[in-house]
Design a protein around this ligand. Sequence first.
Ligand code: DGL
Length: 264
Amino acid sequence: MIGIFDSGIGGLTVAREVRRQLPDYQLVYFGDTARTPYGNKSNETVIEYAIQDTQFLLDRGAQLIIIACNTASAVAADALKGQFPNTPIFEVVTPAVTAAQQQTKNKNIGVIGTRTTINTDIYRTKLLATDDTLNVTSKACPLFVPLAEEGLINDQITKMMAKRYLGPLKRHQIDTLILGCTHYPILRDVIQQKIGRRVTLVDPATPTVTAVRTYLQAHPDLDRSLERNSNHQYYFSDIPAHLQQLTTRWLGETIKPRQHHMQS
Ligand code: DGL
């Protein structure tokens, strides 16, 4: 099984991409809804949670892990690879960096994400490692997460916040913007409108799942051992009343959420 985890429901945007690019493969998803958000927690806490989330997916039978959460990818990927050396673990930052670097023409790239992701400066570090002539402008956009979860997609308040958050990136004349948080693709239209039609938006989910596909082609034994069926399992550490409605909207299909408690 392909295992995917996230701090909550945002990773369903990545699960959706897995369903699109690898439609036959069985998935197990874990969303840590009881402890979300990760994006304003300390690195130590995010690492601890990410290890527990991964262990849970492995216990459910996952043979390959996708860290859908940008914050966990930024902070915990190295720790997870150290902790689980025999499991292929994919994070979303590196594929997004490669995609953005290939996409930009004027070498001005913007990155938006949670506070914790932006504080690590991981996108800038990785972008400059691929090309040190790039200009990278980053901006934390913490309010985009609750706005997306509240479904305020085309709302005045979201447009106002987008204008405020994206203003500095616009002034730096970026031509490529990395949506460095699972929730931002949900607000894609507003972000595109405010940043301008000429800016290319990079959703890390797309190049990440492409990287998984490429890996599976290069590892036929693992590929053959992965189950192909539609018996996907979606676990959440808390199931609030509106979860069903959110999962349907974000995943684009109706699922039956199962509960798995995590210790805080
Ligand atoms: N999943 C998180 C991310 O992609 C956003 C939500 C959170 O802060 O937990 O960074």
